[in-house]
Ligand binder design. Sequence first.
Ligand code: DGT
Ligand code: CA
Length: 569
Amino acid sequence: MLNLKIAETFRNLSQLFEIRQDNPFRTRAYERAAQAIEGLNEDIEIIAQEGRLREIPGIGEDLERKINEFIGTGKVRAYEELKKSFPDGLLELLRVPSVGPKTAKLLYDELRIQNVAGLESAIAKGKLKGIFGIKEKTIENITAGISLFKAGKERMPLSVAWQVAESFLKPLQDLPGVKKISCAGSLRRQKETIKDIDILIVSEKPQKIMHHFTSLPQVQEVIASGSTKSSVRTDDGIQVDCRVVMEKSFGAALLYFTGSKNFNIKLRQIAIRKSLKINEYGVFRGKAFVAGRKEGEIFKLLGMEYIEPELREDTGEIELARKGKLPKLITQDDLRGDLHTHSSWSDGNHTIQEMAHAAIRQGYSYIAVTDHSQGLTIANGLSVKDLLKKKREIEKVNNTLRRCKVLYGTEVDIDSQGGLDYPDEILKEFDIVIAAIHSGFKQSKEKLTHRMLKACDNKYVHIISHPTGRLWGTRNAYEIDFDAILTQAKDTNTALEINSFPLRLDLNDSHCRRAKERGVKLAINTDSHSIEHLQAARFGIAVARRGWLTSKDVLNTLPLGELLKAINK
Ligand code: DGT
Ligand code: CA
């Protein structure tokens, strides 16, 4: 899929324009196009083939031509030309959080810093100190940004890993001779970040499969190629390992290569106690093969229930499986609606009606359109006057719908003191209110916690959205006293959100588990700014499953009537 590459090209163009102090409208248009393309859940080449590029928000004639040029030639000439007038490492430098185009230009003009390595060494030598426009705090932020940047290079987010994995799984599964195919490793466990991708195949013609695998067009480098195992690197630098196994060993191999390592070790110890030996080929008693075809038969032989991949971390699941007491994990089919989305009333790309129809296609029976509140002008927050108009539009749309209801909602901003951006008499008019912090992330832990506790305390607030503010590769979670928040959420009947947006995934799996233990409800929302984003619910579901959640722990698995009752208790 070229989606991410095209988005990256447009983002780079936008940033180079900004450094050059080009027309700000053009600069923003490229950034907006990059965001829209990143958010697509469809292969952009297919959209182009079907002549639908202009339907992507922000794509006009010029960008349509550039996308087609990239699909045809692998490049955008205007970008290649522009790049030549800047040092090579400059774009890498711009990937560092806290280094925007202005800082990058300053660093280059003053110190001739051209890449991340140069920046690191300049900071170490104290060279940034005293440069006009760079404060002590800026240096601290850049230093933290460098470590985020480096961590982001080592592991990719789950959503990116799935895109890459699918670009391998799809062509391979259709090959004659492929009997079974599955991903394994951290991807199958749906961890939030993935180092490399593991694929397992059952086939009687391993060499043919290996040949196809290593010859796929996205493969840039073959790291190792054997008769049943090969490793390649894609043009994005991502490693993919593929193994072909025999059908009778498929379950054992899947179990072994899914891991986690700690889980495997514990399982092996249990096997030994039962005088069994377990490895990637099967389960053996002495030399006799006793099981291996399916994971299920191996778990049974070890005296335990089937353990879902997301639980396999050796954090208590094995013990529960032996007692037959594992939780029945939530699935995507359990979701009945989305409680956090944006429409074109604030900063979303689609109308309320379009969002509602997308929700119906997703099989939902409700969707809350929770546009931003008035103070968030950067996201086109709604004034009180606009709210009335929006409410009327929702009523109109609801009159045309039978199977789905649009809920009148807001994502109200929590201000720097914990106050809310609409007064209570406005808040009480909404069907659903979610509250979130959008600024002042650098406040102390006490202050941030206080803001959130205060927001929970407002009786009109139903959900706290993206509670830790983490943005993958860009911003670490801010510090909060999560235990205090759980107590307050429980006392005030406030739910906490799992924001499924791929670069947030906030709360994370361990937060979910703690919330569940304390009886705090969660809501799995997408924060959609476009109809395509609704499908990101699968990533929130992944977090919820890793956090041991069942459908009972999640608010938006309830039918509408029960949901409204539950939030207004
Ligand atoms: P990653 O790639 O860092 O995101 O995480 P994984 O879990 O995919 O790790 P990876 O790719 O190194 O290995 C895949 C699975 O293979 C791992 O989850 C468990 C199994 N495995 C790897 N090395 C060992 C080992 O030394 N001992 C045992 N028992 N299992 C291992
Ligand atoms: Ca792996």
